[in-house]
Design a binder for this molecule. Structure first.
Ligand code: NAP
Length: 540
């Protein structure tokens, strides 16, 4: 191995270490920022080594891509609110998958044109086909996920008749086209009987052959080399970087070009498959789908690494793939749903009708003013705050921190109940509360907090709905959140729910908690109401 290559591999290994320690850091809020930084250093190292190691055709294109991409990415990151983070992740996944599909396509075209003719092995083409299939699915699937979350496409599941059969047919077509490419698709250009194979046998290009090419509209350059294969020859036009396959059949020579047509047809089919797979999934399940597509984009990148024989791409892609699959599994578990149920059941098609909600709430919902709730909090010894999506929308975390500080200064014990799927992305609540410098020790997960509700005086549910909905306890109910473990806030002495109305949460179903005997609604925007609560508390 040349010294430069060995050195590049060493640096790639170092980059991989940065990725692994970065990921490890991301597993805890306290080390997350450092983890992110480590992974970014690893990526910078990998980019610098790649740019220094590979034969770069034109740096101007790379710089232009860097500037345009960097600009779009920076504007997107600054302009996207925290609540739109799943959409941002969807776009990144999609572009990652799409980039892998296009890059392996370019590598395949390059190889077919003869530049890397020796690299056309079964491993090369099958990795290229696999990476492009998954990459194209994640590109269009992510675009649909983005559209659904952004409200550009109907959020509810869209069912096409016979969709499972269509999907299986599309997948089989993708596999068939890939296999066609792998065995070598060589369309016939022309045949001739005017050339003998004698010189080809000696790996010499027979000059009369050039005229036969010319007669069929192909002008070859002066530099043509011949390679002997099994029962065939390959002729490479070194200047035009074009390779032709020559076969001898019954005294005739047939000339074939090398084509990536099946590959590109497969990419198109996979792109349709991506749309078909995501369109029947409801908006509420989209974060899980995005996590799965994230895993797909990682696998596509790993396949891309196999195509280019680039170890850092294989390692980074595998890490993204594995992390995405683990996250998908954790989210499915937290929602008590299987992945096939999320992908194929089309949950979320039904939304609670006004009549159903009316029956649940009729005359039973009680509301309170901030002053009344302040009195309750003043007399409490233990308060638990259960935040949800509404806290994020309202940016209420800073006001909540001030409320916690005030309550603690009066000797009240305060903890947070964090549901694993509260909000719109994994760790949504943790990130927001960490942003407001709320100590991590105060955040308790489902298993830690649920046994403590019976000893809790007041639970403040702030902008949460589905994660505290008692209807989820019936695992057999035909509702999207059936069987999802919930925060048992109704076991506390009093529950105060801060939200603007009785509207349903993301799953679209009514919530009997609002009508429970020990529950009070405190209507309003989460940030404004929390600020009013603090003022009222100070006046007591
Ligand atoms: P939710 O059930 O969607 O309810 C959020 C509530 O916030 C709404 O009912 C809304 O009621 C209220 N709200 C909105 N804006 C508000 C504001 N400015 N001030 C106060 N309240 C406001 O949210 P959740 O309880 O956090 O549950 C999350 C849902 O997302 C679950 O169904 C979960 O399965 C799903 N999901 C999450 C993830 C994830 O990774 N986190 C993944 C997949 C699915 P009003 O309109 O009346 O104010």
């Amino acid at each position: 191995m040349p010294k430069e290559e060995a050195l590049a591999k060493l640096f790639y290994l170092a980059a991989a270490f940065f990725f692994i320690f970065g990921l490890k850091g991301l597993s805890h809020p306290r080390t997350a920022v450092r983890g992110n930084l480590l992974a970014a250093i690893g990526m910078l190292l990998a980019i610098v080594v790649t740019l220094a190691d590979k034969r770069i055709v034109d740096f101007r294109i790379i710089i232009a891509g860097f500037v345009v991409g960097g600009l779009i990415g920076t504007i997107m990151a600054y302009r996207s609110p925290m609540t739109a983070m799943p959409q941002v992740v969807a776009v990144f996944n999609g572009f990652g998958g799409g980039a892998s599909a296009l890059a392996v396509g370019a590598a395949l075209e390059e190889a077919l044109k003869g530049a890397w003719i020796e690299e056309i092995t079964i491993q090369f083409t099958s990795s290229a086909a696999g990476a492009a299939l998954i990459g194209a699915v994640s590109l269009t699937g992510s675009a649909i996920a983005f559209g659904k979350l952004q409200g550009i496409i109907k959020e509810k599941p869209v069912f096409l008749p016979g969709r499972h059969v269509i999907n299986i047919a599309l997948l089989l077509l993708c596999l068939g086209l890939s296999a066609w490419q792998v065995v070598g698709y060589n369309p016939l250009l022309f045949s001739t009987s005017s050339v003998s194979t004698r010189e080809l046998e000696q790996s010499v290009f027979p000059e009369p052959f050039r005229q036969a090419f010319e007669k069929n509209g192909i002008l070859l350059s002066r530099h043509v080399s011949v390679e002997h294969g099994e029962g065939e020859w390959s002729i490479t036009d070194e200047e035009h970087r074009e390779t032709y396959i020559i076969r001898s059949q019954g005294g005739e020579l047939t000339v074939h070009s090398k084509s990536a047509l099946p590959f590109w047809l497969m990419v198109g089919t996979a792109a349709i498959l991506g749309i078909m797979l995501v369109i029947p999934i409801g908006g509420a399940d989209m974060p899980v789908v995005i996590s799965l597509l994230n895993a797909y984009s990682g696998i596509a990148a790993a396949g891309h690494g196999l195509v280019l024989n680039n170890s850092v791409l294989i390692i980074a892609g595998s890490l993204v793939g594995a992390a995405g699959f683990i996250l998908t599994a954790l989210m499915s578990k937290a929602m008590n749903r299987s992945l096939p149920n999320i992908m194929f059941a089309g949950v979320g098609a039904e939304v609670a009708s006004e009549e159903e909600s009316g029956n649940i709430y009729a005359g039973r919902v009680k509301s309170a003013s901030p002053e009344e709730v302040a009195m309750m909090l003043d007399g409490a010894r233990r308060v638990v705050i259960a935040p949800g999506y509404g806290m994020g929308v309202a940016h209420a975390q800073y006001a909540i921190r001030d409320l916690v500080n005030h309550l603690e200064s009066k000797g009240v014990e305060v903890e947070f109940a964090i549901h694993p799927v509260a909000g719109r992305m994994p760790g949504h609540m943790n990130v927001l509360l960490a942003e407001a410098h709320i100590p991590y020790e105060k955040l308790k997960d489902l298993n830690q907090i649920n046994p403590t509700f019976e000893q809790t005086d007041v639970v403040l549910v702030i902008g949460a709905n589905d994660v505290v909905n008692p209807l989820a306890r019936d695992a057999d109910a035909s509702i999207p959140i059936a069987g999802m473990p919930i925060l048992n806030v109704d076991a506390a002495r009093s529950v105060v729910i801060i939200k603007r109305s009785l509207s349903p949460g993301f799953s679209g179903i009514a919530n009997p908690l609002f009508a429970a005997d020990n529950a009070l609604m405190l209507y309003g925007d989460a940030k404004q109401i929390t600020t009013e609560l603090i003022t009222a508390l100070k006046e007591i």
